[in-house]
Design a protein around this ligand. Structure first.
Ligand code: NAD
Length: 503
């Protein structure tokens, strides 16, 4: 055992997998150790080495693909209602063990424990929501102009591959697994190699709740090995990816070689637009949460704060004052509002971006360009006097750093908001109802809030415009992604016409 971090992590993991000496993949109901290169994890709160485990590699994909194919047949042979009941049971298992899952998530990702508790509850909600859909999403009867009965069936894709990032591991797992199995698919889930723990637990609890062995296989390992081998595997029929645009492109390229459909949920650089007539106190509190919650490691983070010039100094002052009061601390401390950054690479990127903003002429109104002494902690940072041309306004920082940009008119605010390749989310703060709707209708983004930020729900569709990706997750739209439509023609005439060609 390397140290306390590894011991604590393994103890939290052992609550679910009592005999585990290390972690591996969850395949066909068993925890399978990898055989590839050693993946060393680090404790985000101290920067010290934590657990190490072996990459699953192509071998684990082979095992999982076989198991998934078998399990999918069993799962699809159940009635729709029976699948729904199992999903409600999964939700119950998750709720029963919320505290242990949250603790494992916090230890394994550096996220504050209170955020983790909330996210586990959301995952349970996802299984309930999509459990309810299992017998309520079906085809149509089409009134065709011939003697046929023509109807459509919504059929599962078969086995789907899901590749997820490290910023919200259990949340993203539930977000994609629940609609997939609700529609009768089996899953190969490749979580980030940095945060596989709670996804393994979801796989285990699903089986405990009655899902067939092999229905949810969680593959622990690297993207270049495990995920790429899975994309190339003939059993995989669809790829759903949540992560960075650069990786999304690589995945879509590999998938295109097999004509595999993809959903890409990528990054963002969302504009939070504050007009002078808004409720500034509420806007300021929400703008802080929009960027600093989760230490800014959120795809929808309100990372560009567009503020009308007449209130710019006052409003940015409010945000900077608030930022300094945020409790940054240890992940397991109940009082912690912002924990460390998940990993060293991301931490280095954030610190480099803060320095680049200052170098380009922005003012650091809160936060620090100094590195923390232990762990990957970044104080909530406010960069003021930013222009939209600066790198800090164009590149996704994915950390607790907000770039505050002044504007004069509604037209200018819209031009700045849309001057980005991304299109994931955005918000407007104003008491002018006409302006609220005008702006909501003109910002290029898949999710938009009026006088609010970051409310999301499993019932509402979510996804990107432009570089933020394509396809939709959540809501009924996710069910279209996880099914394919078959059109069935049944001849009903007693003496049907037989033609040579199309009828
Ligand atoms: P990443 O792209 O580096 O990794 C995501 C996943 O892809 C991991 O599982 C990784 O192992 C895998 N991967 C890496 N290289 C691969 C390759 N060559 N082939 C196949 N798979 C590969 O992203 P990250 O750093 O883990 O996460 C941060 C990014 O995720 C940010 O850009 C963030 O905005 C985005 N994100 C988007 C959403 C959304 O819903 N739109 C949600 C959360 C995070």
């Amino acid at each position: 055992m390397e140290n306390n971090a590894a011991e604590n992590l393994l103890a939290a993991f052992a609550h679910f997998f009592p005999n585990a000496k290390t972690i591996g993949s969850f395949v066909d109901g068993d925890l399978v150790e990898g055989t590839g290169e050693l993946i060393q994890l680090y404790d985000a709160a101290t920067g010290k080495p934590s657990l190490a485990y072996k990459d699953g590699g192509a071998a684990v994909v082979e095992l999982a693909a076989d198991a998934a194919q078998r399990a999918q047949k069993q799962w699809w042979a159940l009635t729709h209602a029976a699948r729904g009941r199992v999903m409600f049971e999964i939700a119950r298992e998750l709720r029963k063990d919320t505290e242990s899952i949250a603790r494992l998530e916090s230890l394994g990702s550096g996220k504050p424990i209170r955020d983790c508790r909330g996210e586990v509850a959301k995952v349970a909600e996802m299984f309930e929501y999509y459990g309810g859909w299992a017998d309520k999403f079906y085809g149509d009867v089409i009134p065709v102009p011939t003697s046929h009965l023509n109807y459509t069936r919504r059929e599962p894709a078969g086995t789907v591959l899901q590749i997820t990032p490290w910023n919200a591991p259990v949340f993203t797992c539930g977000w994609q697994v629940a609609p997939a199995i609700s529609m009768g698919n089996a899953v190969l889930l490749k979580p980030s190699e940095l945060t596989p723990f709670t996804s393994l637990v979801v796989g285990l609890l699903a089986e405990k709740a009655g899902a067939p062995k092999g229905l949810i296989n969680v593959l622990a390992g690297l993207g270049q090995t495990v995920a790429q081998a899975a994309i190339a595997h003939k059993v995989v029929k669809k790829v759903v990816f949540v992560g960075s645009p650069a990786t999304g492109v690589r995945i879509a390229e590999a998938a295109a070689k097999r004509v595999l459909p993809c959903v890409l949920e990528l990054g963002g650089k969302s504009a939070n637009i504050i007009f002078a007539d808004a409720d500034l106190k509420r806007a300021a509190l929400t703008a802080q949460a929009a960027i600093f919650a989760g230490a800014g490691q959120s795809c929808v983070a309100g990372s560009r704060l567009l503020v009308q010039r007449s209130i710019y100094d006052e409003f940015v002052g409010m945000i900077a004052t608030g930022a300094k009061k945020i409790r940054v601390g240890a992940p397991l401390d109940d009082a912690t509002e912002v924990g460390p950054i998940n990993n060293r690479t991301q931490y280095d990127h954030i610190m480099k971006m803060i320095a680049s903003g200052v170098q380009a002429g922005a003012t650091l109104a809160a936060g620090s360009a100094e590195r923390s002494s232990g762990g990957y902690f970044v104080s909530p940072a406010v960069l003021s006097n930013v222009t939209n041309e600066m790198d800090v306004a164009r590149t996704e920082i994915f950390g607790p750093v907000v770039a505050a940009i002044p504007f004069d008119t509604e037209e200018e605010a819209l031009n700045i908001a849309n001057d980005t390749e991304f299109g994931l989310a955005g918000a407007v703060w104003t008491n002018d109802v006409g302006r609220a709707h005008r702006v909501a209708g003109q910002v290029n983004a898949g999710t938009f809030w009026v006088n609010g930020y970051k409310t999301i729900n499993v019932a509402s569709p979510f996804g990107g415009y432009g570089l933020s990706g394509y396809g939709r997750s959540s809501g009924v739209e996710a069910l279209y992604e996880y099914t394919q439509t078959k059109s069935v023609w049944v001849e009903t005439a007693s003496e049907p016409a037989t033609t040579f060609g199309y009828l």
